[in-house]
Ligand binder design. Structure first.
Ligand SMILES: Cc1ncc(COP(=O)(O)O)c(C=O)c1O
Length: 380
């Protein structure tokens, strides 16, 4: 056997990526959580101008001071001093270094099921054991604090939550957010709160962050979804004092700093108060998506509280949703992701991403309806 990292070798490749790699140029993509809109031109132009006239090399490892000041002011709901913020290459790096900074072999990390599937694999790379908290489809995949408490052991070191959630779109209520903060405080656990969809909320205000009520929280954010800047790779992590220096050391080791030009564009977005600009697009598109799901599939899924995903309950299907996703791509040229890609609790569910244009989303759902009828697979 070649001498590769054995833990890494056992981590299966991402099913979502594998499905996306199989798609054709003509495929309708309701799979990836990637906005079809471009980043706003005024932000890109402004950032580019600064890049051309300003220093173009590495920035400080932690990121541009002005950008960190803006992030701290923007997140005045949590304790977020600029000296506690690291600007990273997307939130994915933020999650990676935040976990790697704290974990030791034998630690336990509690993750949600279903959830975006990065926390567990990263934790395992650093020798931690992963404990999943299943969320019940009967509750619409709402997170229950008592289930989290039940998963704790003396070895628990970190708890990773996502709000609003991917794939569920569920956001934490204030009582649950407060409970999670209390769990972190009472048990000396660090709570990693992934809030990359925070600004894309479908209610009146962003979901309350548990980081408001504990100093043991790591808050992760990103420019990728809210400002459609996935390709610019700018995210951040707001860390407690005890985690900051180790995370900075890792960030230096793996990235040095986020790309300076991308940081200038992110800075322009904060200065122009643009982080909520796209929210109404998705709020409206959610209505379009739910209407199409009702018309073409006869289903009325619960309304998500944020992000750009809807979960379809297809548990009546005679085939698995993994098989359905493959057939849908082969026969209808549509990419959608089976729920089980996010954890066993979402078996039988299908995630629709409505990050693409209305016409693509509606046509994708129409084709799914056509496929189900042709096969005689009833889901409603
Ligand atoms: C919950 C969640 N966290 C983090 C990310 C990574 O985003 P980025 O690295 O582009 O900021 C994603 C992307 O889909 C996500 O869904």
């Amino acid at each position: 056997m070649e001498p590769v990292n054995q833990v890494l070798a056992q981590i299966p490749p991402s099913f979502i990526r594998a499905l996306n790699d199989r798609k054709r140029p003509t495929s309708l993509n309701l799979g990836l959580g990637e906005p079809s809109i471009h980043p706003d031109a005024d932000l890109v132009d402004d950032g580019f101008k600064r890049f051309r006239s300003g220093p173009q090399g590495y920035t400080r490892n932690a990121g541009l001071a002005e950008l960190r000041e803006h992030i701290a002011a923007f997140r005045s709901d949590v304790e977020a001093a600029p000296e506690r913020i690291l600007v990273t290459q997307g939130s994915q790096e933020a999650v990676f270094i935040s976990l790697a900074a704290l974990l030791n072999p034998g630690d336990e990390v509690v993750v949600l099921d279903p959830a975006f599937n990065i926390y567990g694999p990263i934790a395992r790379l650093f020798g931690a054991r992963v404990v999943s908290v299943p969320m019940d489809p009967a509750d619409g995949f709402a997170l229950r604090a008592d289930a989290v408490r039940a998963a704790l052991t003396p070895a628990t070191r970190m708890l990773c939550v996502v709000s609003p959630g991917n794939p569920t779109g569920r956001a934490l209520s204030e009582p649950v957010a407060r409970e999670l903060a209390a769990i972190a405080e009472d048990n000396g656990v660090t709570l990693l709160v992934d809030e990359v969809y925070r600004e894309l909320h479908h209610g009146d205000t962003p979901a309350p962050s548990p980081a408001r009520w504990t100093r043991r929280a790591i808050t992760v954010g990103s420019m990728s979804k809210n400002c459609a800047m996935t390709g610019l790779r700018v995210g951040w992590t707001i860390l407690p004092e005890y985690a900051y220096s180790p995370a900075l050391k890792l960030h230096q080791l793996c990235a040095t700093c986020a790309a300076s030009m991308s940081q200038y564009i992110a800075l322009a977005a904060f200065e122009r108060r643009a982080l909520f600009r796209h929210r109404d697009i998705y709020r409206r598109r959610l209505d379009v998506t739910l209407a199409a799901v009702k018309e073409h599939l006869g289903l009325t899924p619960p309304r998500p509280e944020g992000a750009f995903y809807v979960m379809l309950d297809l548990r009546k299907l005679p085939v698995t949703t993994k098989e359905l996703s493959e057939t849908l791509l082969d026969e209808e040229d549509v990419v959608m992701v089976p729920g089980e890609a996010f954890g066993p609790s979402a078996h039988g569910f299908f995630r629709i991403s409505f990050a693409q244009d209305d016409a693509v989303v509606v046509e994708g759902i129409r084709r799914l309806g056509g496929l189900l009828r042709r096969k005689g697979w009833a889901v409603a």
